[in-house]
Design a protein around this ligand. Structure first.
Ligand code: MLT
Length: 312
């Protein structure tokens, strides 16, 4: 009897520990999503997935690491929509966001929130807008570097208010939040995966959310749009990528593990408690993520060009 041999990787894969690179600090919002996902994917794949924080340059160093990694299915990147915005924010990147990666699938959409240190004077969004416009020169705005969504959100805020604040870059909003809690910086626009517990504990102040509708978790918090800032609508989508040249079977296998992970009730519940939801299962595919990245690069290009902010 002749047994037709299928390519070895398909049967044995994965045969050893895998790495999920995330391009921001441990303890921050991207890290939170990655650790939730990696744990459940691991269970489905039968191999450990180590989350590695490769930080710096607004997420572009971590992306570059994966662009240049072996396309063998053992290294993947979890990144958010900074994958699309850095294509315009950086005049030159050491990698091509569209052509140096293969795609696995979309993950979650995370709302953003405009927050400030606990003792920041304004008590509501209208007061915040007036106060920031009047005191811009004396205020600091934390972000996680050019290419981070906190930077994008802060840029849209300054553009909308026609106010220039002093920006303070960190390697992730994990450390930015530490400084906001300590009162070393004034304002941070950050994802609900990082802000929710602090707002609930009263350790920071929240003024508005960036979603089209108010959040179930914070029904009293207005949207930025209803507060008169029509350009401040953004929801942070995430994707998992592999280096270009990774066998299609492997990307499909990883996508399946992601679909299983994102359908897990524990994951759905934990994300809901942080104001976030997994994307629909039909978006957790290589094709859906590729289409998303292409359309998001095109969507953000004119907005970023209008704001005129570049990394170099
Ligand atoms: C992080 O994990 O630190 C954030 O996603 C950074 C950001 O993009 O604001």
């Amino acid at each position: 009897v002749t047994i037709m041999a299928a390519p070895g990787f398909a049967q044995d894969y994965p045969a050893r520990t895998m790495t999920m690179v995330i391009p921001f600090s441990a303890g921050g919002p991207t890290d939170t999503v990655a650790r939730l996902l990696a744990e459940r994917m691991s269970a489905d794949l039968g191999q450990q997935i180590i989350v590695e924080n490769v930080t710096g340059a607004g997420g572009t160093l971590g992306a570059d690491r994966v662009a240049k990694a072996e396309p063998d299915g053992y290294t993947m990147l979890l990144h958010h929509m900074g994958m699309a915005t850095s294509a315009t924010l950086y005049r030159t990147l050491p990698y091509d966001p569209l052509n140096d990666f293969d795609y696995v699938g979309e993950v979650v959409d995370v709302p953003m929130m405009i927050t400030a240190r606990k003792d920041f004077e304004p008590t509501d969004m209208a007061g915040f807008i007036d106060y920031v416009k009047a005191n811009a020169g004396n205020l600091t705005l934390a972000n996680a570097g050019i290419g981070a969504v906190s930077q994008l959100c802060g840029m849209l805020l300054m553009h909308s208010l026609d106010a220039q604040l002093t920006t303070v870059p960190y390697k992730g909003t994990g450390p930015a939040m530490t400084d906001l809690l300590g009162g070393q910086v004034d304002i941070l626009c950050d994802q609900t995966t990082n802000t929710t517990q602090q707002v609930q504990a009263g350790t920071i102040k929240a003024y508005a959310v960036t979603t089209p509708e108010r959040l179930d978790l914070f029904p009293d918090l207005p949207t930025a749009v209803e507060s008169g800032l029509p350009d401040m609508e953004l929801s942070v989508w995430h994707g998992v990528y592999t280096p270009k040249g990774t066998p299609a079977e492997i990307n499909e296998r990883l996508a399946k593990a992601m679909q299983v992970a994102l359908a897990d009730e524990g994951v759905i519940k934990q994300l809901a408690e942080l104001g976030s939801t997994p994307v629909a299962a039909d978006k957790v595919t290589p094709e859906a993520l590729k289409t998303k990245l292409e359309s998001e690069i095109a969507r953000w290009k004119p907005i970023i060009e209008a704001a005129g902010v570049y990394a170099d």
